[in-house]
Design a protein around this ligand. Structure first.
Ligand SMILES: NC(=O)C1=CN([C@@H]2O[C@H](COP(=O)(O)OP(=O)(O)OC[C@H]3O[C@@H](n4cnc5c(N)ncnc54)[C@H](O)[C@@H]3O)[C@@H](O)[C@H]2O)C=CC1
Ligand SMILES: CC(=O)C(C)=O
Length: 262
C-alpha cells in the first residue's frame, strides 16, 4: 500500500522573540506547523526557534524589521525556501508607547504607524505574493487590541494604529477572498508581556503612582477578573490559523476576558 506523507503547513509569526508572538509561535508549532520565528531582535528569535526545534528542521529564527517592506518580503521568501511552503502569516509585531495627546511627536507618529500599521500591510503583501507563487490560498492573521475596539486613555497613537488594523483586515478579507485567502484579527486585552508591564509602569509613573496602579487603570473592568496569559491569546490564534475557522473572514476575535463587547 502506498503511504502518503502529508507535508507540514508553514506559519510565520512576527514579533515572535518574546511575549505574545513567542506564545503564538509555540502554540502553532504544537499544532503541527513548521514555524518561522521573526523578530527585529534576532537573538531572541533564534532562542525561541531553538527551544521549539533544536535542529532547526521545524522552526527557524529570521531577522526582519516589519516597518520595512523589503525586509518582510525577504523573511517570507526565506520561510518558503527553508520549509517549501507557506500557509499562515501572523502579523503580530507591534509597539505600545504611552502617548498622552500633547506629547506626540512626528517621529513617534512615523515609528508607531510604521511598525503597527506598515508591518501589517507589508505582511499582507508578502504573504499574498507567496500564496500566489505557490498557487494556493492561505490565512492572514493580524494583531489589533481591545484598544482598537474602544480608544484607551494615554494610548492615542497606539489605539489609532489598532483601529487601522481592523479596517485593513476587513478590506483584505474582501479583496483576497476569491483567491482562497482569509484575513482576520485578534484583539487581546491586558496580557502579561513586556509591552503591557512597560505601559503599566509609564502610566503609573506619569500619575505619580506605582506599576500596580498603572496596571489597574486598564485591568479593573475585566469581567473574568484576571490578567490574560499569552497562552489565552495563542489559543484564539490557533483557531484562526486552523481549518475550523475556514468560514470566518474579516473578523476581529476579541480575547480580553470581557472588557469590550461587540
Ligand atoms: N500585551 C498586551 O497586553 C497586548 C498586546 N497586543 C498586541 O500584541 C502584539 C504583541 O505584543 P506583546 O507581545 O505584548 O509585545 P512585546 O513588546 O512584549 O513584544 C513585541 C515583539 O515585537 C518585536 N518588534 C518590535 N518592533 C519590531 C519591528 N519593527 N520588526 C520586527 N519585530 C519587532 C520586539 O522585538 C518584540 O520581540 C502587539 O501588536 C501588541 O500591540 C494587543 C493587545 C494587548
Ligand atoms: C497594550 C494594549 O493593547 C492594551 C492596553 O489593550
Amino acid at each position: 500500500m502506498e503511504v502518503t506523507i502529508m507535508a507540514k503547513q508553514v506559519a510565520l509569526v512576527t514579533g515572535a522573540g518574546q511575549g505574545l508572538g513567542e506564545a503564538i509561535a509555540t502554540r502553532l508549532h504544537d499544532d503541527g506547523f513548521n514555524v518561522a520565528v521573526v523578530d527585529l531582535n534576532i537573538d531572541n528569535a533564534n532562542k525561541v526557534a531553538k527551544k521549539l526545534s533544536p535542529d532547526g528542521s521545524e522552526a527557524i529564527g529570521i531577522k526582519a524589521d516589519v516597518s520595512d517592506r523589503d525586509s518582510v518580503i525577504a523573511a517570507v521568501n526565506k520561510a518558503v525556501d527553508e520549509f517549501g511552503d507557506f500557509n499562515v502569516i501572523v502579523n503580530n509585531a507591534g509597539l505600545g508607547p504611552t502617548t498622552p495627546i500633547d506629547t506626540i511627536t512626528p517621529d513617534q507618529f512615523k515609528l508607531v504607524y510604521g511598525v503597527n500599521v506598515g508591518g501589517v500591510l507589508w505582511g499582507i503583501q508578502a504573504a499574498h505574493q507567496a500564496f500566489k507563487k505557490l498557487g494556493h490560498g492561505g490565512k492572514i492573521i493580524n494583531a489589533t487590541s481591545q484598544a482598537g475596539v474602544v480608544g484607551n486613555p494615554n494610548l492615542a497613537l497606539y489605539s489609532g494604529t489598532k483601529f487601522a488594523v481592523r479596517g485593513i483586515t476587513q478590506v483584505a478579507a474582501r479583496d483576497l477572498a476569491e483567491e482562497g485567502i482569509t484575513a482576520n484579527a485578534y484583539a487581546p486585552g491586558i496580557v502579561k508581556t513586556p509591552m503591557m508591564f512597560d505601559i503599566a509602569h509609564q502610566v503609573g509613573k506619569n500619575a505619580g503612582k506605582d506599576d500596580e496602579w498603572g496596571m489597574q487603570t486598564f485591568a479593573k473592568d475585566i469581567a473574568l477578573k484576571r490578567l490574560s496569559e499569552p497562552e489565552d491569546v495563542a489559543a484564539a490564534v490557533s483557531f484562526l490559523a486552523g481549518k475550523d475557522s475556514n468560514y470566518v473572514t474579516g473578523q476581529t476575535l476579541i480575547v480580553d476576558g470581557g472588557m469590550q463587547f461587540q
